[in-house]
Design a protein around this ligand. Sequence first.
Ligand code: ANZ
Ligand code: ZN
Length: 822
Amino acid sequence: ERGFDHAEIEPRWQRTWEDADVFRIADDETDPEYVLAMFPYTSGELHMGHVRNYTITDAFARFERMRGESVLHPMGWDSFGLPAENAAEERDTNPRDWTMQCIESMREQLKEMGFGYDWERELATCEPEYYRWNQWLFKQFRDEGLVERQAAELNWCPSCETVLADEQVEGEAELCWRCDTPIEHREMDQWFFTITDYAEELRAALDDLDGWPNNVREMQRNWIGKQEGASVAFEVGDYGAVDIFTTRLDTIHGATYFSLAPGHPVAREIAEENEEIAEYVEMAEAADEDDLDVTSGVFTGEYATNPATGEDIPVYVADYVLTDVGTGALYAVPAHDERDHEFAEAHDIDIVQVVEPTDGADADPEDIDVQEAAYPEDGLLVNSGEFDGLTSEDARDRFVEEFDGEHRTEYNLRDWGISRQRYWGTPIPMIRCDDCGYVEVPDEDLPVELPEFVHTTGNPLDAAEEWKHVDCPDCGADAVRETDTMDTFVDSSWYFLRYTSPALDDAPFDAERAGDWMPVDQYVGGIEHAVMHLLYARFFTKVLDDLDMVDGVREPFTNLTNQGMVLGEDGNKMSKSLGNGVSPQRIIEEYGADTARLFIMEAAQPEKEFAWSPEGVQSAHSFLQNVYTLAEEYADGEGGSEARSASNSDADEIADYVAREIDATAATATAEFEDFRFNHALQAVREMVSLLRRYREATTPDAETFERGLTTAAKLLAPVAPHVAEEMWDALGGDGLLAEAEWPAADAPEGYDIERRLVENTREDVRDIVDTVGIEDPQTITLAVAPAWKHRVLDLARNADGNVVGTVMQDEDLREHGEAAA
Ligand code: ANZ
Ligand code: ZN
């Protein structure tokens, strides 16, 4: 019987690769291509999202390896975190055993998928060999002045007397998950990394990260949120000068009240003498920061002097003014700020217009009624005395000097609170002594290992009496360990460095090697990590470079791809609750890993989502069977292998044509692989295989050409369907392992317009993206996709049409394309 048996060939090739160390990379390699997938959280099983993510990186890694690159492609486990504690509770086990089981089974699944990792470099963040370096790095950061104690709002259950993670607070009513008591919000001191010290660099460097999708860069820019403004002092009652922060100094003449955050020192001073304010401040502090009532606030009885008008305006304490934003104080301009407008209406405060639209602006000055709604745009000054008629922009410039202000830049970015009141994380290496305060655990006592897990209502570390009580490293007195553990984002902020020297036991990583091997060339993972993980990893890299540990590497990831979602057959996100999930395990058993890999890669380009389709899986499977059978039959002397007899010129011509198509396919596939458009590469391979089949049906093929067609198909399929390709290669008598064979030459044959083909494909993709994402602006569309791709779009579009991409994407051509498809 013809064809392959996936259950037999897949494990066999996996063992062969492993025995031959195909994916191992030597420590003395100078600068390998670093291909990395975001490591999985150890939930217990791989889902289709993982499979897609890892198929993309594996295919790319295999492609690069065949092109002669040495490739670093490691895997590890993001294995700390609350779910392990919950699972341990549910299953009456402990987080460590549960996590280790998850790792075992997930590792097994990864191997069954045929992913080629250097398993010698495997790491798990929950191992003391790993997390001791979190502790050591925490101390390094602290030496650099990057660790602070700051107050932060926590969820507190008064009945369990414990802090709860946000996930443990249930519903609108905010009930404790364990005892259903309404939780309280409490301010408590926590450990912070002062990532804000790097705000400007983190923001500015985004401009040069042109290997990143633009949407991710934009999300980070927004998260960092730079605001250029000014601070100006107002005299407040008898309390002296209070600085405000504003981005709209041009509106200062329209300030009709002044407002302090409940946590502002002057608000607290006033509270000491004013019962009502004291109550309000207390209430505001207990309230949930997340559901703000813009109208909430109390008049203090005090007045502030507006330096621009000399007028006295009432001072309020209001919840919408945030303590840790700007100076924690503002002057309010109801006519030009929406929140101030709402507040003013609720408290019956004057609304005075000081800006009106310029000629030619969207709005007509006559139509503006600031009593009705705020006019938040820039314009020309009115009701501003001698400054009437100035533009907002000029006014902002002039007023800084005029009213003794200062230019000031603010960021929305907050410091990174890393304290978690949980067990399954890295213990923070600090000891609290009554006499000495916080004292670091000395290096020789690292790692601070987690004690045995116990089931308790609160944090198991608080209950670990023996572990908790230690002598103060400074004075020897009785002292207590910090019982908070670190945010697991600390673990993932530098794991990509640890892969360069995973067994090192006197440093987190080898500084020289990390300097050589970093940055990661291709990083692939979910868009849900656009901000936190990717921002924290960037922050760590910059700090580590400032600590002279990575030899000038200031960004960790040169190219970034965010894979799209795998949807269920119904077009919804695959999920347990919808019951539309497809288990990778089942697909592997029924069809084999190669089928799953091929289907996923053919379904869409990496950035796009696609829906699972049994027909698609079938089609991938039969294609693999067919192409393998073609090779098998040829190897067995059926069809093609007998040399063509007397040459006739027709047959020569056909053979030439087929040969040309083989070269064209190799060239196309190579270009598409480079651009992460695996689906197009695979489409080209399918076309070539079907040509070979027709060739064989029509005539006795030229043996050399036909065989070259088959080996080229095997090679081009090798990154995506490595087992079947290897089996084909073997049948055809290929030399050594295909995984280590040389990629086919990729020179397009003369006269073949590869560019044209790529442009056609590109247009289709662009239209698809317009449809899926629904973005209208062509600039955004191009930038929203992988950058390698973006450049291609720009170049190719220009090559083919002599136009820039925006034009191309808006042209009739594209629209027609869209209509034809619809
Ligand atoms: C006066 C003013 C007039 C403002 C106006 C805005 C519009 P955005 O708006 O996001 O750029 N602000 C200052 N400190 C604050 C705090 N601690 N909590 C809450 N809001 C605060 O942010 C800048 C504006 O936020 C500042 O400019 C200030 O209000 C407000 F027509 O000052 B503005
Ligand atoms: Zn002490």
